[in-house]
Design a binder for this molecule. Structure first.
Ligand code: LER
Ligand code: MN
Length: 274
């Protein structure tokens, strides 16, 4: 088992329509990237309206200037802005959803980073049965996972709590989905806020998931910065060490208008725990 190694990351949203969402920094990529670097983060995780928007924003120059790595690119703006999902009843929406994510996979791969699929998994409802939704989801993850693999990167898939999807809520369900895929390029993103709602034991679920865990959304029980809620992180960090996790603890938390404070608190917790 390789020794675990952790890196720190902080989320930055460039989607004002997602206001109130769990992102530490908002807007002004150059300023917030420089601040993240000055605080001591290793990387940023970016939530952008689209790949084309980000391409024109000079992300590569900012990463070069600051020395920050790109931890991952979120794709949830496809849902927030356009209500796109991979399991929508309308095939033209499913096609648009794959294209939206595919462009972000390509851009993320330019920075040797994965893209994340969370909200765009969608849900099953009256017109779409659960088996049909999972068939479409598996088909999309195989195609998009193969695309990521062809670019030498991975794709992260994120279980979400029951209030956001009725497809994949728990880590074990995520593992079962990944193990049903043809591609081996998809890893699980464990968001500790969602896990805190859905798991009997997040640490035990992480240990069982093992190699499938590829990314962590590092956040407290109340979706505030780690250390500002009631989560016991120690067993979770021990579980990540036990599986030889080598990846980011990426702060995806509500900052309530004080991004710098939430970022500083995240690093205090991070440096205490790892
Ligand atoms: C995305 O990472 C996530 O956790 C969802 O709740 C959408 O914000
Ligand atoms: Mn998350």
């Amino acid at each position: 088992m390789p020794a675990a190694s952790f890196s720190s990351s902080v989320t930055l949203s460039l989607v004002p329509e997602a206001a109130g969402g769990p992102f530490v920094f908002w807007g002004d990529l150059p300023r917030n990237a420089r601040l993240a670097k000055s605080l001591g983060f290793d990387a940023i995780e970016v939530f952008a309206p689209s790949a084309s928007f980000l391409k024109n924003l000079g992300l590569i120059e900012i990463l070069d200037e600051t020395g920050l790595r790109l931890a991952a690119l979120g794709t949830g703006a496809g849902w927030v802005l356009h209500k796109l999902t991979l399991t929508h009843s309308d095939s033209s929406i499913r096609i648009k959803s794959r294209a939206f994510i595919s462009e972000l996979i390509e851009l993320a791969a330019d920075y040797r980073a994965p893209a994340i699929i969370g909200s765009m998994q969608g849900r099953f409802d009256g017109s779409v049965s659960k088996p049909q939704a999972f068939e479409w989801l598996r088909d999309a993850l195989n195609q998009l996972g193969n695309q990521a693999a062809a670019r030498g990167t991975l794709l992260f898939f994120e279980p979400l709590n029951r209030y956001e999807t009725n497809l994949v809520n728990r880590i074990d369900q995520g593992v079962a989905l990944l193990e049903s895929l043809e591609t081996d390029a998809v890893r699980l993103l464990v968001d500790l806020f969602h896990a805190n709602i859905e798991e009997v034991s997040t640490s035990e679920a992480i240990k069982k998931a093992g190699r499938h865990v590829g990314h962590i959304h590092f956040v407290d029980s109340n979706r505030r910065a780690a250390g500002w809620g009631q989560m016991d992180f120690k067993p979770i960090i021990e579980a990540l060490k036990a599986i030889g996790y080598q990846g980011y603890l990426s702060a995806e938390a509500q900052s309530h208008g004080d991004g710098e404070g939430a970022a500083k608190q995240t690093l205090t917790a991070y440096n205490t725990l790892v």
